[in-house]
Design a protein around this ligand. Structure first.
Ligand SMILES: NC(=O)c1ccc[n+]([C@@H]2O[C@H](COP(=O)([O-])OP(=O)(O)OC[C@H]3O[C@@H](n4cnc5c(N)ncnc54)[C@H](O)[C@@H]3O)[C@@H](O)[C@H]2O)c1
Length: 357
């Protein structure tokens, strides 16, 4: 089995946060004798600038021969006006497609000490531990589209096999957790959602009879995520609904910078691991980005692509311990506080906790 981790630093804060996650992975690899090796490759605007494509063939080849891929972020105002097919974001869509990654896992947990960073009341945040699974390669982001000067359209399409496979991943993961699943759709309006509900109902009933299943309309789900977030265990939904709900859910944790994600396919191919935030051009180059989302993505890489659960947990515990001990980056510091840490100094604290356990 490959032990190679491909690092796609990308643009904006991407290189800053991936550098810190690699430091953590190297420390854990030594401690747990994982034998990981690392290879850098180009993606996004950085790749376009270097070789004229947001996803060079060499990057795809490196990724295909890896155990897993750690990605920072792509995009930024520098590339806003180049032709659509060369835009940094195309690199991301293309690598997901090239690797057949159709399920995006986004865990959302809360740390009591960070309650003040969330706009929600502290008592609502107690016990929040949600795993959102977003379908990643279908739906309106990939359907036929077009526009004229005065009109535009985007189409949403789903097939039964596309819904079945993501529901199976959701069901399998729910079985390892609290065994509750919430499928989110808009079945009162959309045909794709009616198909989604029909297929989800059948897959969970026939293949995961031990699960408690609920179906929510996406508008109600958006509300319940704020009114009763601790009730959710696994949520599964289509591409655009998942995109929007997970950004909303990130505010339960307190900052976009805190949350990791994993994109998985079927079989033994490599997964792609990245924070849920973008390239944050407004803070890029300042050394203030929160590295937690990327460090926790590295933990997911160990869990899902390297079969290294103990090592994954040691990273998650070290991040939690750093936060519990009061380490803060600027985005999660108390208003007016001056004792927040930069990206590297925060990671130093995580590494100290890692070494201590
Ligand atoms: N997966 C990806 O690579 C990805 C995802 C979303 C957006 N983007 C791209 O990123 C660029 C910027 O998009 P945006 O501003 O809408 O979203 P963003 O996630 O980059 O930033 C939103 C806000 O969150 C803050 N933020 C983000 N990450 C942070 C971190 N680690 N620490 C502290 N604060 C953080 C930013 O400073 C900004 O104020 C665009 O070009 C967009 O296309 C890329």
């Amino acid at each position: 089995m490959s032990k190679k981790v491909v690092v796609l630093a990308g643009d904006g804060v991407g290189p800053e946060v991936t550098a810190e996650a690699v430091r953590v992975l190297k420390a854990v690899s030594t401690h747990h004798k994982l034998g990981l090796t690392f290879e850098d490759a180009l993606i996004g605007g950085a790749a376009y600038d270097a070789v004229g494509s947001p996803l060079p063939d060499a990057t795809v080849a490196a990724c295909k021969s890896s155990a897993g891929i750690l990605l920072g972020a792509v995009g930024g105002p520098k590339w806003a006006d180049i032709p659509v097919q060369h835009r940094p974001e195309q690199g991301l869509l293309a690598i997901r497609k090239a690797l057949g990654l159709f399920a995006n896992l986004r865990p959302v947990t809360t740390v009591p000490e960070l309650a003040a960073a969330s706009p929600l009341k502290a008592e609502k945040l107690k016990g929040v531990d949600i795993l959102v699974i977003r379908e990643l390669t279908g739906g309106i982001y990939f359907g036929k589209r077009g526009r004229t000067a005065q009109a535009a359209f985007d189409t949403c399409e789903y097939t039964t096999p596309e819904i079945e496979r993501v529901c199976r991943i959701a069901g399998t993961l729910a079985m390892t957790r609290r065994r509750k699943i919430t499928s989110v759709d808009k079945a009162n309006v959309l045909d794709t959602s009616r198909l989604w509900r029909e297929v989800a109902t059948r897959v969970f009933r026939d293949e995961f009879p031990q699960l408690t299943v609920e179906h929510l309309l996406v508008d109600a789900a958006a509300m319940h995520l704020l009114s009763r977030p601790a009730d959710f265990d696994v949520m599964v939904t289509e591409n655009m609904f998942g995109d929007i709900l997970t950004d909303e859910a990130s505010m339960l944790a307190g900052s976009m910078g805190l949350l990791p994600s994993a994109s998985l396919g079927t079989g033994s191919g490599p997964g792609l691991y990245e924070p849920i935030h973008g390239s944050a051009p407004d803070i890029a180059g300042q050394g203030v980005a929160n590295p937690c989302g990327t460090i926790l993505s590295a933990a997911m890489l160990l869990r899902y692509s390297c079969d290294a659960e103990a090592a994954a947990r040691s990273i998650e515990s070290a991040v939690a311990a750093a936060l519990q001990a009061g380490a803060r980056t600027r985005d999660i510091a108390a208003p007016g506080a001056r004792d927040w840490l930069g990206t590297t100094a925060f990671t130093d604290v995580v590494l100290r906790h890692l070494a201590a356990h």
